[in-house]
Write a protein that binds this ligand. Structure first.
Ligand code: ATP
Length: 218
């Protein structure tokens, strides 16, 4: 369903988020104090605007209170990030996401009642660590410390083998991993049959302890 989203701060993070949301089909208002950055968003979001998000009058004039979601993508200016979060919270935006620069910033945003806090650089660093030495790991998502979800491209050495033969039939099998889904082209099979034969290029979604994921992937 089409949502009304406001993205504040159009650095690399905010501009890429705003453009992706717009391409998915949402209405995106993108705000930045920097006019050049706003200009570069022409045609890439619904409504690019130059303005200071710490100014309540500016936000009200832009009709911010009608928006479903606000993302504060200001990274380094912690004061501006916190002031904007407080303003949006008091204006009653239903769902607020803020980017945090470090733990103290994140904790402060949490106490202000921000709904979701993004540690963009940390999360990217962690994901990269899980895929750096294995080009077949397309994505990693931490569920708890030392436990995560991995999206693995099936390598040629697994070609024509079944999940059973590979020791991936269930979480008690050789690798101790659960195979949650198998993607082949556009088709997705949830909880695939252990007798399904894999093909190079299929994508598996696996859940398990990091060390066990690492063991399978390497
Ligand atoms: P990134 O890491 O995403 O590339 P950056 O390093 O360019 O970002 P940040 O300090 O994270 O810079 O700020 C992101 C954007 O937020 C900048 O374009 C900046 O102009 C904008 N910004 C900062 N304060 C405000 C504010 N009060 N209102 C609107 N935009 C702001």
């Amino acid at each position: 369903m089409k949502k009304q989203v406001v993205v504040i701060g159009l650095g690399r993070f905010g501009s890429s988020l705003a453009t992706s949301l717009y391409n998915i089909g949402h209405d995106v208002l993108a705000i930045d104090t920097n006019e050049d950055r706003v200009q570069s968003m022409m045609g890439r979001v619904t409504f690019p605007v130059t303005g200071n998000a710490t100014n309540e009058t500016v936000l009200r004039e832009l009709g911010i209170t009608d928006y479903d979601v606000a993302v504060i993508a200001i990274g380094s200016d912690i004061v501006a990030s916190i002031m904007t979060s407080v303003l949006l919270k008091t204006m009653g935006i239903p769902y607020i996401v803020s980017r945090a620069r470090d733990e103290i910033h994140g904790n402060t945003l949490e106490r202000l009642g921000v709904d979701k806090i993004i540690h963009a650089e940390e999360e990217m660093g962690m994901r990269l660590a899980h895929s750096l030495f294995n080009p077949n790991v397309q994505e990693y998502l931490e569920l708890a410390p030392s436990f995560g979800l991995s999206r693995l491209k099936v390598p040629p050495r697994f070609d024509n083998l079944t999940l059973n033969e590979l020791g991936l039939s269930n979480a008690r099998d050789k690798y101790g991993l659960a195979v949650l889904a198998l993607r082949r082209g556009k088709d997705i099979t949830l909880n695939p049959d252990p007798e399904d034969r894999l093909r190079t290029g299929d994508v598996l979604v696996l859940a398990g302890r990091d060390e066990l994921l690492e063991k399978l992937e390497s």
